[in-house]
Write a protein that binds this ligand. Structure first.
Ligand code: PRX
Length: 677
């Protein structure tokens, strides 16, 4: 095989069939108020001005001591930002706002039951509560700077309060998504060597008050078996003063925070003056192997990056009411519910429950009642809202100026519904591409400067310089529209520092593939491999095609699963689509297409044919699905991601593995039954 052929059939040569879309321009009203409208920002943040350009972000913070080196590369590729500098994150997100904004709402906590009162927590109250819990963590739980603590909590105001208390003490928090199982929580307790677990007794989801404390008992038991003893479990009460779990307390280990805190009323804790490069938190994420990776994020670089991108890409002003509907247990919630917005003194909304509970209008009622003007969510939620209540947004009088989409590629069809119905044709949309590892946005349009293009994230954000390589290590020509492996050429302050306790895995996973010289201390030799396939269009906008491993090779043609799904979404009746590869003797792989129809649409053979025909006409016969399965619902994680792995196992007659952690495990049997028949 010639070199050229090898490149053409390489991993990175993914057929890309989404058509180029028209631009949508921000309104003059939006531009008139935007934080960033001066195009020279791209020059200021050019590689020529790297790394000093990031002063601009660091200067958004209050430092106890200014840094003397912007970027220290001596331990490549474990970069250190703003070394010599000292600061405290809780001081920056809370104390410094008191002089002017003590009575401004920092957090609106919206309980899922609609009759329950919304909690409006001012910066003054946040300050008091963070100090009290910090005192409890220090004086009762014995936690100190550098210790790790695992927090397994649902969406609640107490979650950011606890995180900020840890930050005040220099304790490294590891927040585990509340919907994760006890097993997942235990893995993280063991890996981070936490001896304190912080939890909540119960929380609401879909109208049910779930027993959450039971997971703490199981997690402690599992981690003890693996040699990590949890000697204190601190339990917040969903209803202060009332224990809402059926699981009894364990004598000598379990403590109700709401009672214990009474001993610390009025306590004040001096914020620890942290070195910029000391870790702030760990956030575990899945890799290609089973063991989750503890991404270690820094104090100064991370906060500077979260604040800078919140200001310029989220366009947050202190007077905005900002609602990011992610869960704080994910990186999006850390950077863009808690740290970024609070560093900028915004009001951040935290919603406990399901966006469509008790009906498809719920999210829009919250937005209307709280005057939310910046809204942030994921394509999966947008699809769900569109499926259940396509006409609901029009019934409410909320008015967004700015909306975000994050987490997966968004089909242009869905993007346009979001823009037209939710944004009411006036809100701008930023499609932000980034990862747990990156701490903040990598690619997005700057909302007041660049037009939007459905289906494309946009150029690198200021100071982020992407580059696309093919599998042979050749740079793919800029703007060529050819797909490859997207990397970032330079470090940036929000980038994680290492994988907790596993530097080798950090280097191997993210740097070794395109590293030019493994001895080098020069950042230019260490492109960061994001693990996504992407292409850059002529206008410099990047389109993310999905993980490098989400690729289906049909007869040597590489198809992004997302593009087949997007083709299916062009059929009116389709609400959600998921493609998985099925082994085929001759073609190698074939796509199997799973479809959930919009509410009220009846499945039929005609519809199956219509969807199959749409895929063929949008992409070509090569992408014709083996089968179009019209299923009642997709198997989903509790955070709403479609579990393609489960569908893939069903399609390939393999064991689906443990599905009990799914939001809807029952649907798996139903789908299996359909496919057998
Ligand atoms: O494949 C990309 C996809 O989500 C991955 C990162 O997932 P996670 O670490 O869970 O973080 C999600 C929230 C930041 C990426 O490797 N992804 C994220 N944002 C986008 C996206 N794919 C396409 N478009 C996006 N805007």
């Amino acid at each position: 095989m010639s070199k050229k052929e090898a490149v053409e059939t390489s991993e990175s040569q993914i057929a890309v069939h989404w058509e180029e879309e028209q631009y949508f321009y921000p309104s003059p009203t939006f531009v008139g108020q935007a934080n960033l409208t001066d195009e020279s920002v791209y020059d200021r943040f050019s590689l020529d001005n790297f790394p000093e350009c990031f002063h601009e972000y660091a200067e958004l913070l209050d430092w106890d001591k200014y840094w003397n080196k912007t970027l220290d590369t001596s331990d490549a590729p474990c970069w250190k930002w703003f070394t010599g500098g000292r600061l405290n994150v809780s001081y920056n997100c809370v104390d410094r706002h008191l002089a002017k904004n003590a009575n401004k709402t920092a957090i609106h906590f919206v309980p899922e039951p609609e009759g329950e009162k919304i909690d409006h927590i001012t910066y003054q109250e946040l300050y008091i509560r963070v100090n009290e819990i910090a005192a409890l963590l220090r004086d009762f739980a014995g936690l100190k700077r550098g210790d790790r603590v695992t927090i397994h909590m649902p969406m609640s105001a107490e979650l950011p309060i606890t995180m900020l208390a840890c930050a005040r003490l220099g304790v490294i928090h590891s927040v585990v998504f509340g919907g994760f199982s006890a097993n997942a929580c235990a893995d993280r307790i063991v890996d981070s060597q936490s001896r304190v677990l912080i939890t909540m007794d119960a929380y609401y989801r879909n109208g049910h008050l779930l027993n959450h404390k039971v997971a703490a008992d199981e997690a402690a038991e599992i981690s003890a078996k693996q040699g990590q003893v949890v000697d204190k479990v601190l339990i917040w009460q969903r209803y202060p003063g009332k224990y809402s779990s059926k699981t009894p307390l364990v004598e000598g280990r379990d403590v109700i925070v709401n009672e214990k805190i009474k001993e610390f009323y009025g306590a004040r804790v001096k914020p620890e003056s942290m070195k910029a490069e000391e870790p702030l938190f760990l956030m575990y994420t899945s890799g290609t192997t089973g063991k989750p990776k503890g991404c270690q994020h820094s104090t100064g670089g991370y906060l500077a990056y979260a604040a800078g991108t919140s200001k310029y890409i989220q366009d947050i002003h202190p007077e905005d009411v900002y609602w990011c509907m992610a869960d704080i247990g994910w990186i999006t919630g850390h950077s863009y519910i808690v740290y970024g917005p609070l560093a900028l003194c915004a009001s951040s909304v935290i919603y406990e429950g399901v966006p469509t509970f008790p009906d498809a209008g719920r999210s829009w009622r919250i937005a209307q009642d709280l005057n939310v003007n910046i809204f942030h969510t994921a394509p999966t939620t947008i699809r769900a809202l569109r499926k259940l209540g396509p006409d609901e947004p029009a019934k409410y009088s909320f008015k967004f100026k700015h909306m975000t989409t994050v987490g997966e590629p968004i089909e242009p069809e869905v993007w346009k519904w979001y823009h037209r119905e939710v944004g009411k044709g006036v809100a701008i949309i930023v499609d932000t591409w980034w990862q747990t590892e990156t701490g903040g946005f990598l690619c997005s349009t700057i909302p007041g400067i660049k037009p939007m293009k459905p289906g494309s994230a946009g150029p690198g954000v200021p100071g982020i310089h992407p580059i696309i390589y093919d599998d042979e290590g050749q740079v793919i020509e800029r703007g060529s529209g050819r797909a490859g492996n997207i990397c970032i050429q330079n470090p940036w302050p929000g980038q994680f520092q290492t994988i907790w306790g596993d530097r080798k895995r950090f280097v191997d996973t993210y740097f070794s593939r395109y590293c030019k010289n493994s001895e080098s201390k020069d950042w230019r030799d260490w492109p960061y491999l994001a693990g996504d396939a992407a292409m850059e269009a002529e206008d410099g906008y990047y389109r993310i095609l999905g993980r490098i491993d989400d690729v289906i090779n049909v007869s040597g043609h590489r198809l992004g699963t997302k593009e087949i799904e997007s083709a299916a979404m062009t059929v009116d009746e389709v609400a959600e689509a998921a493609v998985v590869p099925v082994a085929h003797d001759i073609k190698g792989k074939e796509p199997d297409l799973y479809i959930a129809l919009k509410t009220g649409v009846q499945p039929s053979v005609e519809l199956q044919e219509k969807i199959s025909a749409a895929v063929c006409s949008q992409i070509g016969k090569i992408a014709k699905p083996r089968k179009v399965w019209l299923v009642p619902d997709m198997p989903k994680t509790r955070s709403g991601k479609i579990m393609r792995r489960v569908l893939g196992a069903i399609s390939n007659n393999k064991d689906v593995g443990d599905v009990m952690t799914l939001a809807n495990p029952d649907v798996v049997e139903v789908i299996k039954g359909m496919i057998k028949n």
